[in-house]
Design a protein around this ligand. Structure first.
Ligand code: ATP
Ligand code: MG
Length: 254
């Protein structure tokens, strides 16, 4: 059977550092797969390789049976894969709504020529885009913050906005790079609830996550990466119970 996402034999070297070594795994459709491992293990590099932000030295990525090799990040978004960034990459001086709009793909007729030759079409298209942006903001619970500048949003709200931005692409497979890092209390609970809701709505999630409690609560499958190599995969219970992995991760108990 064709895997939903199939990653095969990824290798990536940065100078003297082998960041990914023969990295192979699959992600099942409709599942939440957590990618874990110590700092520098290569988790973000895997995201970069899947989403076209870097070209691996060797290896292949297939999504729903189609090769993504050599495709640009924009082409990969068109296939239905979108990712967030560990360092957020939001526009601090734009509103939450404009950040979502900036992440949406352009449609025919919205450019300057469209505005001259097809003004009503363009106005309708822009209104539809605004509506879509408001819908994704409401989806993550930020409807009341649409007009707020990003720099006035709390960190938790900024993390939710990153997810809203990629939902606006309509992607089915969401790659989230540490969506809960820096969060605690209600903000952490809110992001976890959103991830589960997205799964219930049919999305597939690949999530880089450092918080073991979060992994336990949201993951269906766990991939454990160490020095760029996939050391283990299994259920959260299996991974957390493995003393060898705990030693690598924390030098102790997971
Ligand atoms: N563009 C790059 N040029 C050089 N080295 C890089 C580059 N990107 C990543 N690296 C190195 O590759 C290794 C893996 O980095 P990566 O960011 O994938 O780790 P990570 O598992 O996401 O870590 P963290 O948990 O800290 O985010 C690190 O040693 C990092 O310094
Ligand atoms: Mg990282």
């Amino acid at each position: 059977m064709t895997a939903y996402l199939q990653v095969t034999g990824l290798n990536k070297r940065f100078g003297g550092l082998q960041a990914l070594r023969d990295c192979s795994f699959t992600v099942g459709q409709g599942r939440i797969t957590c990618l874990v491992g110590p700092n520098g293990a290569g988790k973000t590099t895997i995201f970069n390789a899947i989403t076209g932000f870097l070209v691996p030295d060797t290896g292949h990525v297939e999504f729903q049976g189609r090769s993504l090799d050599g495709q640009s990040p924009q082409q990969i978004v068109h296939h239905g894969i979108a990712r967030t960034f560990q360092n957020l990459r939001l526009f601090a001086d734009l509103t939450a709504r404009d950040n979502v709009l900036a992440g949406m793909q352009d449609h025919v007729g919205e450019g300057p020529l469209g505005a001259i030759f097809r003004p009503f079409h363009t106005a309708r298209a822009l209104a539809a885009k605004q509506d879509a942006a408001m819908a994704v903001l409401a989806h993550v619970g930020l409807q009341d913050r649409a007009s707020a500048l990003v720099r006035n949003l709390s960190y938790g709200e900024q993390k939710l906005l990153c997810i809203a931005r990629i939902l606006a692409t309509g992607a089915e497979l969401l790659l989230l790079d540490e969506p809960t890092s820096g969060l605690s209390g209600a903000a952490l609970t809110e992001v976890m609830a959103l991830l589960r809701r997205l799964q219930a709505e049919g999305k597939t999630l690949l999530v880089v996550e450092h918080n073991t409690r979060v992994v336990q609560q949201i993951a269906d499958d766990v991939l454990f990466l160490h020095h760029g190599h996939l050391l283990a995969h299994g259920s959260p219970a299996e991974i957390i119970a493995d003393p060898k992995l705990a030693e690598i991760y924390f030098g102790g108990t997971l």
